[in-house]
Write a protein that binds this ligand. Structure first.
Ligand SMILES: [Fe+2]
Length: 350
């Protein structure tokens, strides 16, 4: 137990292990002082990230110790670990989640000329950075709903779609971030009226994830839903017969093209306040903004690169076409997610 990293880890393993996939414990010889190591806490849930990380090690020689877990468990863990935390970076999806970590003071600011040059200002905050984007779009059943009926998020709350809306929980970060965008553009009162209208149109109480909603829409159990684009892209690329069948039944709309644009969200990361390997952490952040890493995001998880000029060499993404996206700075959006939860609570979007 002379090794501080392992000692710390063992102690925590006893207290906060539940649900976490522990990979750090299997790494004897890892010490806080070891330079060529990066301790990454990851709440990204995409298997394709393996190649993204392996490539970093290949390029830099820096070994990544990854701890996978659910977002709230990782955040709780980092808080409990405090100044002794071995974590260098927290990587996760959705601005709402990064905002939670940031508001708890878990990150430290990163100043990097490279990040500033490559990542648009609207997709950066002082403490965390976006590395890919996904859009939250409308998916409808082509037999039940006319495309013209679902051009805007607001349309989903109108009386014409009574009993037609399936959607995941209002407490889920993807919906909180969408709510945050609605608040930013239209104010809290309108956002609440929208949420009430949406709830009044529910075909059923919220359950499942975005993919479940898409399948329900395809099966005609409901007429319309809201989904992140990569779930759709995944089904479009699927070779399973039922996925292909589902994709023939649904249409996709980039909402709000005549107003503030389609809500986009991000996956992103921040360097943790007590990162023992700060230099490696900044290198990793800069790596995520490289052309190579950006291509992994696009190919692996069907997300759009954030770096200007990076092309998504992904036929499925390209087939979705170009669209007008919301230009609200992601940091501003994130600040509204707490208000969004309150609005949804009042509207009964559970
Ligand atoms: Fe997701």
């Amino acid at each position: 137990m002379s090794n501080p990293f392992l000692a710390q880890h063992r102690r925590l393993a006893l207290t906060t292990l539940a649900g976490l996939l522990v990979s750090l414990a299997a790494l004897p010889g890892t010490t806080l002082a070891q330079a060529n190591v990066l301790n990454l806490y990851s709440a990204r849930h995409y298997q394709t990230d393996e190649a993204l990380y392996a490539n970093f090690t290949k390029i830099t020689g820096i070994k990544i110790n990854r701890l996978d877990g659910k977002e709230d468990e990782l955040v709780e863990r980092i808080r409990n670990e405090g100044t002794a935390s071995p974590a260098d970076i927290l990587i996760t999806v959705d601005a709402a989640r990064l905002e939670v970590a940031d508001s708890l003071g878990l990150f430290q600011p990163v100043k990097s000329k490279l990040l500033e040059e490559r990542i648009p200002a609207a997709l950066r905050t002082p403490n965390w950075v976006a590395f890919s984007t996904r859009a939250r779009v409308i998916v409808y059943n082509k037999a039940a709903i006319k495309r013209e009926q679902v051009q805007n998020y607001a349309d989903l709350a109108g009386p014409a779609l009574k009993g037609q809306v399936c959607v995941r929980s209002g407490s889920h970060p993807y919906n909180l971030s969408l709510g945050a965008a609605v608040i930013a553009h239209e104010g809290e009162a309108k956002a609440e009226a929208w949420a009430r209208g949406l709830v009044a149109n529910f075909a059923r109480a919220p359950k499942g994830g975005d993919t479940d909603q898409i399948k329900s829409v395809a099966a005609g159990e409901c007429g319309v839903t809201i989904s992140n684009t990569y779930y759709l892209a995944r089904m479009m690329r699927s070779t399973k017969a039922d996925d292909q069948q589902a994709m023939t039944a649904v249409g996709m709309v980039f909402p709000n093209q005549a107003s503030w644009g389609t809500h986009i969200n991000i996956s992103g990361a921040g360097v943790l306040k007590y990162a023992p390997h700060r230099e490696a952490a900044v290198k990793f952040m800069e790596y995520l903004a490289s052309d190579e890493a950006q291509a992994y995001f696009a190919d692996g998880n069907n997300e759009w690169p954030v770096v200007r000029g990076s092309v998504a060499a992904n036929a499925t993404l390209l087939s979705m076409g170009s669209f007008k996206s919301d230009t609200l700075p992601i940091g501003e959006l994130a600040k509204n997610t707490v208000a969004a939860q309150k609005v949804f609570d009042r509207a009964g979007w559970k």
